[in-house]
Design a protein around this ligand. Structure first.
Ligand code: RET
Length: 273
C-alpha cells in the first residue's frame, strides 16, 4: 500500500493502474472528479443550445471561446479520474509531508493553461479589448499556469517550490491589472460595462481562491487533505467556469447587436484609440 511504502522510504514508481486504484479507493476525491465530468457534459449541451441563434461572427467568437471551457474541463477531469494526469511525488525536506509520496493532481495546472485563456478571451472580447491587452493578459495567464505547474512538480527543494509559486503570483498580478484597470475602461466605451463588471468581480473573487487553496493544500503547507483541496478546486471551477459561462452566454445571446457593433481587434487596427 502506497502510504506504507512511503513511510518505509521505499522510492516507488507507481503504474497508472495503481494510481487509478488509489483514486478509486478515495471516494471523496473520486467524486470531486466525476461531479465535474457530469457537470461539464450538461454545460456543453446547454451552451450549444444557448448559442444556437447567434449569427454575428464576433458574438460567435465569444460563444466558441466560452464553449471551449467545459470542453477542456471534461478532458481535464477525465485525465484526473483515469490517473493519467496524477502522480505520487516525494516531497522535499522542509515540506510538512517531507519524504512522503503525495498525490499531486498536476493535470489541473496543465489544463488551466488551456481553459483560462478561453475565459479571458471571452471576457476581453466582451470588453472590446485591443490586441495588445489581450496578448498581455493571455500570455501572463499561461505563464501563471505553467509556473504553477512547475511549483507543484518541483521535488528537489522546498524553497524553490515556493519561488515558483511567487513567480506565478507575479504573473497573476498582470492578469489582475488588465482585468481591474484596463478592461473596465474599454467595457465602458463598448457599452458592456454592466455585464463586464459583474463577470469581472465573479472572476477576480473566484480566481483568488486557487492560489489560496494551492498554499493550504498538500502542494503547499499541507493544512488541507488532498480530497478537500480537490473539492475546493472543483467548487471554484463550478463558479469560475459554469456560472461564469452561463451568465456570459445568456447576455451575449440577448445582446448580440452590442457585440456586433464593436470594432474588430484584428485586421483594422483599434479605431477607438
Ligand atoms: C496557482 C499556484 C501558484 C500561484 C497562483 C496560482 C493561480 C491559479 C489560478 C487558476 C485559475 C484557474 C481557473 C480554472 C478554470 O478552468 C497556479 C494555483 C497565482 C488563478 C479559473
Amino acid at each position: 500500500d502506497v502510504a506504507t511504502f512511503a513511510q518505509l522510504g521505499v522510492p516507488l514508481e507507481m503504474t497508472q493502474t495503481e494510481i487509478y486504484e488509489a483514486v478509486r479507493e478515495n471516494t471523496l476525491l473520486n467524486a470531486s472528479f466525476w461531479a465535474n465530468i457530469a457537470l461539464a457534459g450538461v454545460a456543453i449541451l446547454l451552451f450549444v443550445y444557448m448559442g444556437r441563434n447567434v449569427k454575428d461572427p464576433r458574438a460567435q467568437l465569444i460563444w466558441v471561446a466560452t464553449l471551449m471551457v467545459p470542453l477542456v474541463s471534461i478532458a481535464s477531469y477525465t485525465g484526473l479520474a483515469s490517473g493519467l494526469t496524477i502522480s505520487f511525488l516525494e516531497m522535499p525536506s522542509g515540506h510538512a509531508l517531507a519524504g512522503e509520496e503525495v498525490l499531486t493532481m498536476w493535470g489541473r495546472y496543465l489544463t488551466w493553461t488551456l481553459s483560462t485563456p478561453m475565459i479571458l478571451l471571452a471576457l476581453g472580447l466582451l470588453a472590446g479589448t485591443n490586441l495588445t491587452k489581450l496578448f498581455t493578459i493571455v500570455t501572463a495567464d499561461i505563464a501563471m499556469c505553467v509556473t504553477g505547474l512547475a511549483a507543484a512538480l518541483t521535488t528537489s527543494s522546498y524553497g524553490l517550490r515556493w519561488f515558483w509559486y511567487f513567480i506565478s503570483c507575479t504573473f497573476f498580478l498582470v492578469v489582475l491589472y488588465v482585468l481591474l484597470v484596463e478592461w473596465p475602461k474599454d467595457a465602458e466605451a463598448a457599452n458592456t460595462a454592466e455585464i463586464f463588471n459583474l463577470l469581472k468581480i465573479l472572476t477576480v473573487v473566484l480566481w483568488f481562491g486557487y492560489p489560496i487553496f494551492w498554499a493550504l493544500g498538500a502542494e503547499g503547507l499541507a493544512v488541507l487533505d488532498v480530497a478537500i483541496t480537490s473539492w475546493a478546486y472543483s467548487f471554484l471551477d463550478i463558479g469560475a467556469k459554469y456560472v461564469f459561462a452561463f451568465l456570459l452566454l445568456r447576455w451575449v445571446a440577448a445582446n448580440e447587436h452590442v457585440i456586433a457593433n464593436q470594432p474588430a481587434i484584428i485586421g483594422t487596427g483599434s479605431p477607438r484609440e
